[in-house]
Design a protein around this ligand. Structure first.
Ligand code: BT5
Length: 318
């Protein structure tokens, strides 16, 4: 058997002949040739001449062969499932009993889900669409605070890639220059007041052009490329994000603390008037005042009255 990751590591470093590779892996030259052909179909550019093979360009696809050797985490992503196409990574994660920290990523989702039956559009090879399976065994009272951790970690990570106006839209979106850049679908299992399992679905628009979105999303959605005018490495973003989420998650499990003040300072529409909707119906409007320590939103509805909005099926709009 030829270990693909080892083969790729070797061929990124130097040129090696079919014979040398066959010797290293204790296999035949035909088997080596077959593996090289497979790597080419995955998108690796491989130069070959009389002296041998050398990888000259890696695909910017979050393939296991690119992600696993570069992961700097202790458990998130170590069990990594990559699909060219799937219905929904959250559905896949739910249908299997996967270990803590498993990551399921798809290049395309045919039934990508938003909250409350809404859809998430996943243009192939353009964004990052993945789910993380976590088994925190934390008291359910921490759930709304805990749910903010993932958008917050993603926000901090994406800050490293853009200097433009990046904001957290309570409770679970990230906006760039006033348009939606990322969305989160967190599905939880609760037993005896404990959060036993979380499936954290994350969708981030990275290299989409305007025509990659359906027309009705053009005023709502954006990508890093659309705002920054250049392509980004999805692999680099994914690797940093998994690292940051693991760090924040591990800290949270120990302390149940999240820097709510920092989230508050980066809230979309802070100090502005918004309306709150439930099932598409406006139920309240007021000025966004900030966040409580449990992650609920404070709205000033009139001079004397503040209303507290809890993370649920509500959404806010400008
Ligand atoms: C969300 O729901 O924003 C949650 C999105 C979660 C997607 C990830 S991808 C991996 C994992 N597997 C899944 O099946 N899902 C998760 P919500 O807040 O309900 O927003 C949905 C709304 O966002 C839609 O009704 C559209 O208006 C808009 N939308 C859909 N696709 C979008 C996109 N690619 N970019 C920006 N906005 C989008």
């Amino acid at each position: 058997m030829i270990d693909e990751i080892k083969l790729i590591t070797l061929l990124k470093e130097k040129k090696l002949s079919g014979e040398e590779l066959a010797k290293i892996f204790g296999t035949s030259r035909v088997a080596v040739w077959k593996k090289i052909t497979k790597l080419k179909t995955l998108g690796y550019e491989i130069h070959s001449d009389k002296e041998g093979y050398k990888i000259i360009k890696n695909p910017d696809k979050p393939l296991p062969t690119e992600i696993l050797p570069a992961l700097e985490t202790n458990f998130i992503g170590k069990n990594y499932h990559y699909f060219e196409e799937i219905d929904s990574t959250n559905n896949y994660a739910k249908s299997k009993d996967l270990p803590n920290g498993s990551v399921i990523l798809a290049e395309n989702q045919t039934a990508g889900k938003g909250r409350k039956g809404r859809k998430w559009i996943s243009s192939k090879y353009k964004g990052l669409y993945f789910s993380i399976v976590l088994k925190p065994n934390l008291e359910v009272t921490h759930l709304s605070k805990f749910s903010l951790l993932f958008p917050y970690s993603t926000f901090k990570t994406l800050k490293e890639f853009t200097t433009q106006d990046l904001k957290i839209k309570w409770p679970n979106d990230i906006y760039l220059n006033g348009k939606k850049l990322a969305g989160f679908l967190i599905e939880s299992s609760i037993e005896n007041n404990l959060i036993t399992k979380l499936i954290v679905g994350i969708g981030i628009n990275v290299n989409q052009n305007t025509f990659d979105f359906p027309e009705d999303l053009n005023y709502i959605a954006t990508s890093l490329k659309l705002e920054e005018g250049k392509e980004f490495s999805r692999n680099e973003i994914l690797l940093k994000l998994l690292y940051n989420i693991e760090k924040d998650y591990t800290d949270f499990i120990k302390t149940c603390y999240i820097n709510m003040k920092d989230i508050e300072e980066n809230l979309l529409w802070l100090g502005e008037k918004v309306s709150v909707y439930e099932d598409g119906r406006m139920v309240l409007s007021g000025i966004v005042k900030g966040l409580n320590s449990d992650g609920s939103l404070i709205l000033q509805v009139d001079k004397e009255t503040e209303e507290i909005i809890y993370v649920g099926d509500l959404s806010i709009r400008y």
